[in-house]
Design a protein around this ligand. Sequence first.
Ligand SMILES: [Zn+2]
Length: 478
Amino acid sequence: MTEIRLHNTKTRRRETFEPLDPSNVRMYVCGPTVYDRAHMGNARPAIVFDVLFRLLREIYGADHVTYVRNITDVDDKINARAAQTGRDIADITAETTAWYLEDMAALGNLEPTHMPRATGYIAEMIAMIEGLIESGHAYEADGHVLFAVESYADYGALSGRSIDDMIAGARVEVAPYKRNPMDFVMWKPSDARQPGWDSPWGRGRPGWHIECSAMADKLLGESFDIHGGGNDLMFPHHENEIAQSACAHPDAEMAQIWMHNEMLLVEGRKMSKSLGNFFTVRDLLDQGVAGEVIRLVFLSTHYGKPMDWTDTKRSEAEGTLKRWYGVLHRHGYCARMVEMLKSQGGWNADAEFLGVLANDLNTSGAIARLHVLAKGHTAPALAGFAHGLDLLGLVPDWDRLGDLAGVEDAATGPEWVSEVVERLLGERQAARAAKDWAEADRIRDVLNAAGVLVSDVGGAASWTPGPAFDPAVLERHR
Ligand SMILES: [Zn+2]
């Protein structure tokens, strides 16, 4: 089994990944607050952790990985948007959630196993808060419930700060009801216009951090494997998640490995509305930049480094993908062929590609390996290339490779080629069974002349187009 190594923010080391339960590898990633279109920076964690999800599925099996990414649908930014626009909160969150999923799908991301909405887990949050009050980690004051940071000795360990440093360095909200200025809100009162739920502390709504602790607990258990998110969430959000979960379950660890992706730059500068370089994923898609192009640009930089989006990289990625799709198209790749390779055991990862990718998601190294494999002239190299592209989520549609490559393709579509080759293989099988060796050889020569590589393993013949593949030779056998 390929060994996965991941940089753990918590220990500041690259560690060998050993799942708590290999039959159910569990990952939680903080998702969007739904009040507006996802901007380019929001797309980075979605892509980074989608690649990790795919890698885990590859290694542990598609049915043995649970990936949870939440949707924050109760937040003061949403309330502000509703007040601004006069629209219903539920309409805003439903519309924005649909936008988010549509845009993330366009970038080649698989849907996570679970996408819990915060408002669906209010009871779990209230229960966790009640437990924290009972165990002395939280207190009620002035209609609020606050987490007492001094009650948790490891507070600040993830981001490497002490409580005193935080107070000195951060602009903390000083409120008269807080015992320590760093104490954070888990529950706050709602007025009549704000969304609210009944609770032991009156009608109110949750603070942001408690939702992730409660939903991760409910869907993944007290201890799970990986927790991910952008590095802007490390403090205070993740620090607070850890404090809540660790104090709610003193014998558990919450996540074994914490991973953080770095931020996005645009042409070397921080993306910001005031610099005029702020854009959403939808802006780019609407300008005709394909989702897979955006994805390849993102993956060309390691997740632990700032990713600089530039127009030069965009156009290079477009060229690379066209070339790569062209290679696969020329060799007859289509959905059916991939299915066939899968059913015949020919759909295997290139070991070097997988090893590079498994080393802390070295996507740029994996892409370099794809450049080598694309020049390969053997069926396994090409299958490894196709498999690698698929594992990075870079093939939007196996049946549109010709279109995507910009290749004009007429009657010699891959569909009939597969039919002819499979019929010939069947006839060859029958000839062999009847010991008609001359006929079996004649058919083999036809396939050789067409550049079709045939392998006979365990009595079953499988085939793949070779480097000299020429469908025209098969034309008269249609
Ligand atoms: Zn979170």
